[in-house]
Design a protein around this ligand. Sequence first.
Ligand code: FES
Ligand SMILES: [Fe+2]
Length: 378
Amino acid sequence: MHATESDPFAELAANVAKPFTAATAMPPSVYTSDAFLAAELEHVFKHDWFCAGRASSLPEPGDYTTLELAGQPIMVVRDRGGELRAHSNVCLHRMSTLLHGRGNTRRITCPYHAWTYDLQGNLVGAPAMGQNESFCKTGMQLPTVRCETWQGWIMVTLNADAAPVHEALAEVDSLVGDYDMGAYVETFYETHVWDTNWKVLAENFMESYHLPVCHAGTIGGLSKLEEMVCPPGLSAFNYHTILKDDTLKIALAHENNTRLTGDRRRTTYLLAIYPSLLITLTPGYFWYLSLHPEGVGRVRIGFGGGMSPDYVNDPESQHHFAELKALLDRVNVEDRGCTEKVYRGLCAELAKPGPLSHLERPNYDFAHYLAGRVRAAS
Ligand code: FES
Ligand SMILES: [Fe+2]
């Protein structure tokens, strides 16, 4: 809890009651309160679709990835028929977690007593269980978790009533359908943990106001505040756009790309899909963060990216992308510094949220989304 024992729910409600022209940053308590984090897990992370990575990174039967969503360990596995399926990643015996990290396997074997499951989560083997008369492995299956693929993203949800992801995110399709993001191919994926609240990092992504300063050592010089466009957000996401010049060739549409015309050939979309899928989408490459809280002051980060199909098979582009990845790593060091400083600052007793720039419109919309989710719950 924040040092003043303030009420984060009431403070956030008061914060979002202000019009955008008088907007201020969210109150410190929403970042530091354990009660608010519990509400986020229950009403945000258990409610909305969460990104588990790119489908292109699990191409073969038996390829799997694991994650934890609101306390629930989940595995996503490509089965023999080529379907991606998600299951509870908890053994049906004494409840060990089963798979860890990413990899490929023919069978899922528990690391504790070797109960074994097929790729559809059916129990197919359990040693030395013949004398327990209540045990019958037939019909025993790991609980399923909803998993759908949209625009190449693996999306999972614990909410049985959530709208199908292509409906929930139809407005993203309308906005950037001509980029054909679903065909982009992931070429790297990493996980990180930073010492900041997940929303501080999400909000950092939502505004490019910080680029010239926080990123003065890397991309700051290329960032023009006057070329940033920050429209009002929509119900499931917010976005803003920036224009790229030809400093980085793969940020521009490939010559074979006839879908994008005019300024769209050099327009980068920064999409913040609620709650925590943050995508930088350029005509030639993409990178993304998928965030999950690990306590109030730590965030678990899935960080991946790759190229559009017209660049991905070109050896020269591979080289350009390797340079870009090295640049992104340096940019991330800068973002880590800034977001960890913000978290330290907002924990201070004298911290007070200040007014927002028009370039922080997405942050204002994010606060409204969050307030709506936790308010609906109370
Ligand atoms: S807990 Fe999995 S086999 Fe015992
Ligand atoms: Fe940044």
